[in-house]
Design a protein around this ligand. Structure first.
Ligand code: AHM
Ligand code: MG
Length: 334
């Protein structure tokens, strides 16, 4: 815990000063995003008070019902970012296609992908939800950004992060120089540095998976989970099971306490359930930057070359030793 009071704003500026030649555009992206996040936080925390809960009557491209707050969060981020001149294009989990910058606004050199409100099926039970984001440099040369800018492999991300709207609201991000966490002080409306340089323990004592899907798993995944439930003192087994069902909250806990989170491919979701561009890549970058590992069962998630904006991926991420153990079981049949 830092003993100085440092705002997110100042931390971003100082970070940029340490990179000679930085233009300020990139810190602008993070600053604008943090404003959108505060607006979403305001709505999420009063969700029970105003009549904003309930279905909006539409479905997203995955055929899932959208809650009103999903739509609100999606629009809030878009509107906070579209006119800034920093971005070339955006993509969000809630839209089938890329979101171009409107004609009236200048075009920038960065690409923003986001999952505006992950885990929104949990809102009515007052369970933590989150926002996940990912920033790339555009690769197209001129004009508005294109699909090719939005489907770059995860190792090309220049920043990623998430916000967990929980008992306190935290923003955790990386620009490839460690992982830093900021806690929102609601009384002053500022994110304050609370967790500088987060490091994930190399081994944990917790596994996190939707065990209700057991019958759909491969034998490798079944054997791995059984292995974690057996007794073995040197490796802390049996592990405890924790599954919130809200990805950001499950990853946040994994980052701080160690262990493993998995959402494997199964007979219902042969490519996995989670989305590579909106969930897998940004969280893989965070976990790796904190000293952990993130794989899809056979390779680093960050090395996957995407072909589709809404591509899904199996996810195994967390403490480096736990992910290595998991790989041995899961990859047995690879
Ligand atoms: P969402 O982006 O539509 O909210 O869905 C993703 C969520 C994750 O937050 C969570 O890890 C997962 O879906 C839970 O899935 P399941 O209910 O199948 O366990
Ligand atoms: Mg999601």
């Amino acid at each position: 815990m830092s003993n100085k009071v440092i705002t997110l704003e100042r931390y971003i500026i100082e970070g940029e000063r340490s990179h000679p030649g930085a233009t300020g555009n990139f810190s602008g992206v993070l600053r604008d995003l943090s404003l959108a996040i505060k607006i979403i936080w305001r709505e999420v925390t009063k969700a029970g008070l105003v009549n904003i809960l309930g279905m909006a009557g539409s479905e997203n491209i995955h055929g899932e019902s959208q809650k009103k707050l999903d739509i609100f969060a999606d629009e809030t981020i878009f509107k906070a970012m579209d006119h800034t001149g920093h971005l070339a294009v955006m993509g969000t989990e809630e839209h089938d296609d890329i979101l171009p910058i409107p004609d009236k606004y200048p075009i920038g050199k960065y690409v923003l992908l986001f999952d505006p409100l992950d885990g929104s099926s949990n809102i009515e039970a007052n369970v933590s939800v989150g926002t996940i984001f990912s920033v790339y440099r555009r690769i197209s040369q001129v004009g508005k950004g294109m699909l090719m800018d939005c489907i770059q492999p995860g190792y090309k991300q220049i920043a990623s992060g998430y916000v967990v709207y929980g008992s306190s609201t935290m923003l955790v991000y990386t620009t490839g120089d460690g992982v830093h966490g900021f806690t929102l002080d609601p009384s002053i409306g500022e994110f304050l540095l609370s967790h500088e340089n987060i490091r994930i323990p190399s081994r944990g004592k917790i596994y996190s998976v939707n065990e209700g899907n057991y019958r759909y798993w491969t034998d490798g995944v079944k054997k791995y989970i059984k292995h974690l439930q057996e007794e073995d003192a040197p490796t802390h087994r049996p592990y405890s099971a924790r599954y919130i069902g809200s990805l950001v909250a499950d990853i946040h806990r994994t980052l701080l306490y160690g262990g493993i989170f998995l959402y494997p491919a199964d007979t219902r979701f042969p490519d996995g359930k989670l989305r590579l561009m909106y969930e897998g890549n940004p969280l893989a970058m965070i976990v790796e930057q904190a000293g952990g590992a993130a794989v899809d069962g056979s390779r680093r998630i960050l090395d996957v070359v995407p072909t589709r904006l809404h591509q899904r991926t199996p996810v195994f991420m967390g403490s480096i030793d736990d992910v290595a153990d998991c790989q041995r079981f899961v990859c047995a049949g690879c």
